[in-house]
Design a protein around this ligand. Structure first.
Ligand code: RET
Length: 285
């Protein structure tokens, strides 16, 4: 009787376990996205905008000769280039998964659509935004490096928060670590670079872009917390639209304002670079 129980029941249990753990195939995920029109549109709107931005920015940079201004252009151009790739990953289902939320999560036990590709590609696009801002402020290598690595840390730990399915508490632990990295980025943006921009003579445009960046970047952790990955107050399509709209400001409008200014003021950037070269020590750069 004992052996009979194990021979019959165990395979049944194993089948059940396999079913819970079965992941959707990419065509199935793609199908789910197609059926959620609002979600699908939030992706395609950004693909269209990123495509237009790439063409516009290449056109705007056609007469830029100063090397540091050119570097700002290349870094900024990377933003819509990464973005179009990021949204193609989402729209095709390549970088989306349905993850089962852990106990205590508001949607515990349910398979929640997770757009993990967003967090992964932020690790490539956001450092480009900061590089462009640091160059605009005429900052040094130490501060630029600090902002960039802290920012990459923020994105990767944010990705870890979204992908952790073992424990609800640990999801928020990752979230807190990501916030700590974010605080370091904010420090450089709000305290260090404004002083550098003053010396470089770029304080006006830097001030505008700094405010735009800080205000919009705060939106991302807020919507992460409100969305289905956090407290699940908002549904997936609303959260995706929130991210997509934040992206419009933080990427395309930001990049347009920056590049329009740089194209018209290459001399200011060149002068700031020249005077920094004159006063730079080996330890500084
Ligand atoms: C997460 C969740 C964990 C805590 C924090 C976050 C911050 C994300 C930010 C993203 C900015 C993205 C941009 C993308 C443009 O391509 C990862 C949401 C602090 C600030 C500007």
């Amino acid at each position: 009787m004992y052996y009979w129980y194990h021979m019959i029941e165990q395979p049944v249990e194993l089948v059940a376990l396999a079913q819970v753990g079965t992941e959707l195939t990419q065509p199935e995920i793609y199908q789910e996205i197609q059926e959620n029109v609002l979600l699908n549109l939030s992706f395609w709107a950004n693909i269209a905008l990123a495509g237009l931005s790439i063409l516009l920015f290449i056109y705007m940079g056609r007469n830029v000769e100063d090397p540091r201004s050119q570097l700002i252009f290349v870094a900024t151009l990377m933003v819509p280039l990464v973005s179009i790739s990021s949204y193609l990953g989402l729209v095709s289902g390549l970088t989306i998964d349905f993850l089962e939320m852990p106990a205590n999560h508001p949607l515990a036990g349910e398979a929640v659509l997770t757009m993990w590709g967003r967090y992964l590609t932020w690790a490539l696009s956001t450092p480009m935004i900061l590089l462009a801002l640091g160059l605009l402020a005429g900052s040094n290598l130490t501060k630029i490096f600090t902002a960039l690595v802290m920012d990459i840390g923020m994105c990767i730990t944010g990705l870890a928060a979204a992908l952790t399915t073992s424990s609800y508490g640990l999801r928020w632990f990752w979230y807190l670590i990501s916030c700590a990295f974010f605080a370091a980025v904010l420090y450089v943006l709000l305290v260090e670079w404004p002083k550098d921009a003053e010396i470089a003579g770029t304080q006006d445009i830097f001030g505008t872009l700094k405010t735009l960046t800080v205000v919009l970047w705060f939106g991302y952790p807020i919507f992460w917390a409100l969305g289905s990955e956090g407290f699940a107050v908002l549904d997936v399509a609303t959260t995706s639209w929130a991210y997509s709209l934040l992206d419009v400001g933080a990427k395309y409008i930001f990049a347009f304002l920056l590049l329009r200014w740089v194209a018209a003021h290459q001399d200011t950037i060149a002068r700031a670079t020249a005077s920094r070269m004159g006063s730079t020590t080996a330890a500084d750069d």
